[in-house]
Design a protein around this ligand. Structure first.
Ligand code: ASP
Ligand code: MG
Length: 428
């Protein structure tokens, strides 16, 4: 008997019909002889609506209360889903994150999991119950408060539970058929990927592919959990994200994992760019700047330091960060202006990031040329560049991002014959 953890996103449980469809899917999995643990997100756009509500009341909602508020979204789904399963004559029991043993640190809004002890879930499985767990939330042992794990965090809940329970696989149900070579909402010719390495998926998620939470992929890779990303609207095979090609359970005997040069083109609109102007070009300046940023708990992404002008001995340092953390970063830097000794700060949130990802890049020359030539042909100017072994990213003007993504996708022959099907959801 297999144990399968199934995670259903907000668009899959958006209304009563959706919840019934999810209940039927879980029951079918159970009837096929598996144990099932389901993890649910908040219904539809509930999380955004709760955020909007809070923002109507205050500009600075207390972080603890924000987590109390947002964690309620997932609890609504879990209880309704458990009721729906019970009404079909099977036994189900719902658990909040803390009841399911998701222990996190005390950082509200982006808590990290430090321990998973799903005793109650295990007991429920042993008694033949289907467990439904509220995603994206946990409890801090330190503060005894309810925490949430950041937007899209339910994927991570599912993988963490799968790892702690020793599940055979973790299925992530969503509103598209799997992982695409690019966002089908922007590139209609994007194609579904059948198998992708978790290494490439990490880069996709880290660079804006919203279909899987970055931390969920990291977690799955670290604990060797095979992920199957698929649609809750049909029975098609989705995309398998495999921790290592050797574990490739989807491949037939003798096959090897065929590595396409490029897996996909990801994009990200959620970042902003800060330039610290006139920084003394002496040892320690960069450390001071990023020390201040780290102290404000802000995650940075790309960093570029310009050549300093000999006359002034000063340089500019630019970096990108999530635009939601822009105010925190600016305030922290401003407070340290005198100590660091820089002249000015500029802030731009009208930027977009495009990333080309593929493990085959390592061994194929000419990828960068083809990439920059595609951007050139599309009339897109490049503002910042960063690379890893299997990725090239650029920052561009936000307005040109979609054009750039389509151009690069086409230049690497990723365009398919058929249009991708998008079933629902807002992609928010
Ligand atoms: N409901 C939360 C969000 O929308 C968590 C999740 O969906 O995974 O961010
Ligand atoms: Mg959601």
């Amino acid at each position: 008997m297999s144990l399968i953890v199934q995670k259903f996103g907000g668009s899959s449980v958006a209304d009563a019909e959706g919840i019934k469809r999810v209940a039927a899917r879980i029951l079918a999995t159970k009837e096929a002889g598996n144990d099932v643990v389901a993890v649910v997100s908040a219904m539809g756009d509930t999380t955004d609506e709760l955020l909007d509500l809070a923002n109507q009341l205050t500009d600075a909602p207390p972080a603890r209360e924000m987590d109390m508020l947002l964690s309620a979204g997932e609890r609504i789904s879990m209880a309704l889903l458990a009721m729906s399963i019970e009404s079909s004559g099977s036994q189900a029991v719902s658990f909040t994150g803390s009841q399911a043993g998701m222990i996190t640190d005390a950082v509200h809004g982006k808590a990290r999991i430090i321990d998973v002890s799903p005793h109650r879930v295990r007991q429920a499985i042993d008694r033949g119950y289907i467990s439904i767990v509220a995603g994206f939330q946990g409890m801090s042992r330190e503060s005894n408060n309810i925490t949430t794990m950041g937007r899209g965090g339910s994927d991570t809940t599912a993988v963490a539970l799968a790892a702690a329970l020793g599940a055979d696989s973790c299925e992530i149900y969503t509103d598209v058929d799997g992982i695409y070579t690019s966002d089908p909402r922007i590139v209609p010719a994007a194609q579904k990927i059948d198998v992708i390495s978790s290494e490439e998926m990490l880069e996709m998620a880290a660079n804006g592919a919203k279909i899987l939470h970055l931390r969920c992929v990291e977690y799955a890779r670290r604990f060797g959990v095979p992920l199957h990303v698929r649609s809750s609207f049909n029975d098609h095979e989705g995309t398998w994200v495999l921790p290592s090609p050797e574990d490739n359970i989807k491949l037939q005997e003798g096959d090897t994992m065929e590595q396409p040069i490029i897996s996909g083109v990801a994009h990200d609109r959620s970042e902003a760019k800060i330039t610290v102007v006139g920084v003394p070009d002496v040892p320690g300046s960069a450390a001071e700047i990023f020390g201040v940023i780290a102290g404000a708990n802000v995650n940075i992404d790309m960093i570029v330091q310009n050549i300093s002008k000999a006359e002034t001995g000063k340089t500019d340092i630019s970096f990108t960060l999530p635009s939601v953390e822009g105010t925190d970063a600016l305030e922290a830097l401003e407070a340290a202006r005198a100590t660091i000794g820089f002249e000015d700060i500029s802030y731009n949130d009208q930027v977009g990031k495009l990333s080309l990802i593929g493990a085959g890049m390592r061994s194929n020359p000419g990828v960068s040329y083809r990439f920059f030539e595609a951007l050139h042909q599309a009339g897109v100017n490049v503002d910042m560049i960063s690379t890893s072994e299997i990725r090239i990213s650029v920052v561009t003007d936000a307005e040109l991002l979609d054009t750039a993504v389509r151009a690069v996708h086409g230049a690497f022959d990723l365009d398919g014959e058929t249009e991708a099907t998008v079933h629902g959801g807002t992609g928010r």
